[in-house]
Design a protein around this ligand. Structure first.
Ligand SMILES: Nc1ncnc2c1ncn2[C@@H]1O[C@H](COP(=O)(O)OP(=O)(O)OP(=O)(O)O)[C@@H](O)[C@H]1O
Length: 268
């Protein structure tokens, strides 16, 4: 997939879904999602359990392809490229659109190798030591690990492991970082560190974060998308986008009553 070097201003759209329906088998998990993700901003996905936040996140880097029953209708664009076109290589999509998961999942390799692994696969020809240092600095981890790069990534604390995973994600120089509840397994201090880190990362990357933590969404994100879920009548439950706006609007003056109730903790 060709890299489109963005030349427009800060409000350029990086990811765009148009009338996206997502199914697992016959089950409609997400209905008619139309959503733009702006460049160099943090967009938070919030909503009750099962409304499809993770499903949508995984559509952006084609991770759902690994689920046999997955099928989608409508379009997902990355810049102007149709991400589900037959010419698109999902592996290249995942290089440009990286992901950090709920549970820190470093490879059972050294800290150094965790960073160089993806770069080697991609045939990176630059200086590996420099890449390791730059990536660990970007993830605010360098000072804590610079003297033990040969130690296993698994020897680090949970918060450090998650920052290692962020360093591993940025090492392959993606455009977008998707984060699926990246702090839910972390203590409050590690959580604050990651939140501070996000503010630095958005200078270079576009970030989409799923979070159940309303304070976190309001603290870290520029834009917020609120999703809800409703019964389909056939015993199923369908997720849909209720509204998407500046985070301040969603938290202080949303258009929809259900958004107001959710962000104020009255349901969900
Ligand atoms: N691999 C799968 N196979 C079948 N159904 C799935 C699969 N993954 C998710 N689902 C279903 O799709 C719906 C949306 O799930 P998803 O995990 O995207 O929601 P979510 O909003 O992220 O939930 P949570 O906040 O609990 O993580 C749910 O009903 C879920 O059971």
């Amino acid at each position: 997939m060709a890299t489109t070097t963005p030349t427009l201003n800060q409000t350029q759209t990086v990811l765009r879904t148009e009338n996206l329906n997502v199914y697992y088998g016959n089950f409609l998990a997400l209905k008619n999602i139309c959503l733009n993700i702006p460049k160099n901003k943090i967009t938070a996905f919030i909503g009750p359990s099962g409304c499809g936040k993770s499903t949508l996140l995984r559509c952006y880097n084609r991770l759902n392809d690994l689920v046999d029953s997955f099928r989608c209708e409508g379009k997902v664009y990355y810049y102007n490229q149709d991400l589900y076109a037959s010419s698109i290589d999902p592996v290249e999509v995942r290089r440009q659109i990286g992901m950090v998961f709920q549970k820190p999942n470093p490879f059972p390799k050294s800290i150094y190798e965790n960073i160089t692994f993806g770069a080697k696969i991609n045939g990176y020809r630059g200086d590996m030591d420099e890449l390791v240092e730059r990536s660990l600095r970007q993830a605010a981890l360098w000072d804590e690990v610079k003297d033990k790069l040969k130690q296993s990534g698994l020897s680090l604390s949970g918060g450090q492991q998650q920052r290692l995973c962020i360093a591993r994600a940025v090492a392959v120089q993606p455009q977008v970082i998707l984060m699926d509840e990246p702090c839910s397994a972390l203590d409050p201090i590690s959580t604050i560190k990651i939140e501070e880190l996000l503010q630095e990362l958005k200078e270079q990357y576009t970030i989409v974060i799923v979070t159940h933590n309303m304070q976190q969404a309001s603290r870290v994100s520029d834009m917020t998308a609120f999703f809800n879920v409703e019964p389909t009548g056939k015993g199923g439950r369908m997720g849909y986008l209720v509204e998407h706006d500046n985070t301040e609007v969603i938290f202080q003056n949303p258009q929809e009553k259900s958004t107001q109730e959710y962000v104020s903790g009255r349901f969900g």
